[in-house]
Design a protein around this ligand. Structure first.
Ligand SMILES: Nc1ncnc2c1ncn2[C@@H]1O[C@H](COP(=O)(O)OP(=O)(O)OP(=O)(O)O)[C@@H](O)[C@H]1O
Ligand SMILES: [Mg+2]
Length: 269
């Protein structure tokens, strides 16, 4: 068995790559797929914090510095997920050799069905090492022209490294970002939208609770979308919520940020 490896990127920082990587990995694990989540953001890692693994002594830093075995850097996450977190120290960043990531992947790949790699922001050697080892690239972008434009540049970078972008996950959408708005926004970059994730207060709540939203608020709109995408990657058709039993509403489920009207949404009329 060799794992299917997805690397999660963006052009701009802060688009939601890490939170998406955590939740996609947890959703895949929830579908009983053997899944490994790797935090390859060597300089600004966040996944340990998001999953309560921030005190892990042996991390990807030590593995990439050839000071530890990868087996000793794997930790248990939700739904049976395995997590390879990254340290947060600058010394750890300095000693880690990103070129060794391919050896780490070669070692762990036979034990998993999916590997999800969270990357750093921007065009640099750390990001390149994560893209080079993957089968497919998923880009997490926000519905703004700046994010889409930088994402387009990242796509060119991926192509230069021999990896095509499978599609975009459009994150932090609000009611004003209707389908027409979204289509116009991405039409210029000719990339496929895989899934649309709403701005959702359950995300910061789940980060505060150090749990993925798919396990903490499984009935939220964003969790349903994450699970739908995970199922798509597994080739499984998920029943839409209305096909199954009624969904339980979470406390914060309906709290969305209401934004001012944006130009593209007006063109609907
Ligand atoms: N759908 C969402 N709804 C509400 N908040 C969100 C959503 N997605 C992300 N966020 C918030 O955006 C912030 C950035 O998310 P995250 O750290 O996952 O981005 P990133 O792309 O990994 O950032 P970086 O480029 O720094 O690695 C977080 O504080 C998170 O709470
Ligand atoms: Mg991140």
């Amino acid at each position: 068995m060799a794992a299917k490896i997805y690397t999660i990127t963006s052009g701009k920082g802060g688009t939601g790559k890490s939170i998406f990587a955590v939740n996609l990995a947890a959703a895949l694990a929830g579908l009983a797929k053997k899944t490994l989540l790797i935090d390859a953001d060597l300089g600004m890692s966040n996944i340990g914090l998001m999953l309560g693994l921030e005190n892990s002594k042996i991390t990807l830093h030590e593995v990439l510095a050839d000071e530890a075995n990868v087996a000793d850097a794997l930790y248990d996450g939700p739904n049976g997920l395995k997590v390879l977190p990254c340290g947060i120290s600058l010394q750890g960043f300095k000693k880690a050799d990103p070129a060794r990531l391919k050896d780490v992947i070669a070692e762990v790949s036979p034990n998993f069905e999916f590997i999800i790699i969270d990357t750093a922001t921007g065009i640099n050697h750390v990001t390149a090492s994560s893209i080079e080892v993957c089968d497919e690239v998923i880009m997490v972008l926000t519905p703004e022209i700046t994010s889409i434009t930088d994402g387009s540049k990242m796509r060119v970078f991926s192509t230069m490294l021999g990896k095509e972008v499978t599609g975009i996950v459009l994150n932090r959408t609000m009611p004003v970002h209707d389908e027409i708005y979204r289509e116009k926004l991405v039409s210029s970059v000719d990339m496929n939208i895989l899934e649309v994730l709403p701005e959702d207060v359950s995300i910061p709540n789940s980060i505060a609770g150090k749990s993925p939203v798919v396990t903490k608020y499984p009935y939220s709109e964003i969790s349903i979308a994450m699970n739908r995408l995970a199922a798509l990657l597994c080739g499984i058709k998920m029943p839409e919520p209305e096909e199954g039993k009624p969904q339980k509403k979470q406390k914060n489920e309906k709290k969305r940020v209401v934004a001012a009207k944006l130009p593209f949404s007006q063109s609907k009329k």
